[in-house]
Ligand binder design. Structure first.
Ligand SMILES: [Zn+2]
Length: 117
C-alpha cells in the first residue's frame, strides 16, 4: 500500500520536476511513519503517512512563492497543493485510480485558506 503510493508520488513529482524545467527539487519531507509524524505534531490524517505527499522547494527555478504559482496554474493532477508559511510547498497526489481534487491552499500564521490569485 505505502509502496504503491510512493510510486504514485514519484510519478507525480516527475510531472512537477518537468514543469520546473527539470531543475533540482529539494525535498524536506516525504514519507513519514506514524511515530515521526507524531513527533512533528502533524495530524494522523497526513498524506505523508500514506506516502502520498512531500514538501519541497526548487530555488534554482524561482523563489518558492513563484514555484507555487507556476504549479497552481499548471494542469498537474494533484490532490492538494499548499504554500506553507512562505517557506515550502506541500503537494499530495490521489492514490492510483482516484480523481485529483486539485485543492490549492495557503497556510500561514493566520491559518489556512483557499488560494485566490
Ligand atoms: Zn507536507
Amino acid at each position: 500500500m505505502q509502496l504503491e503510493n510512493l510510486k504514485t508520488l514519484a510519478k507525480g513529482m516527475e510531472l512537477v520536476r518537468t514543469k520546473l524545467d527539470s531543475l533540482p527539487i529539494i525535498i524536506s519531507s516525504g514519507f513519514r511513519c506514524e511515530d515521526l509524524n507524531d513527533l512533528l505534531g502533524s495530524k494522523r490524517t497526513s498524506q505523508h503517512i500514506r506516502g502520498l505527499a512531500c514538501d519541497f522547494t526548487c530555488d534554482r527555478y524561482a523563489h518558492v512563492g513563484r514555484v507555487f504559482e507556476v504549479l497552481a496554474e499548471s494542469s498537474i493532477p494533484y490532490n492538494q497543493l499548499i504554500y506553507e508559511f512562505s517557506s515550502w510547498i506541500h503537494v499530495s497526489f490521489p492514490p492510483e485510480g482516484e480523481d485529483p481534487r486539485r485543492q490549492t491552499l495557503v497556510i500561514d500564521r493566520e491559518g489556512a485558506r483557499i488560494y485566490n490569485p
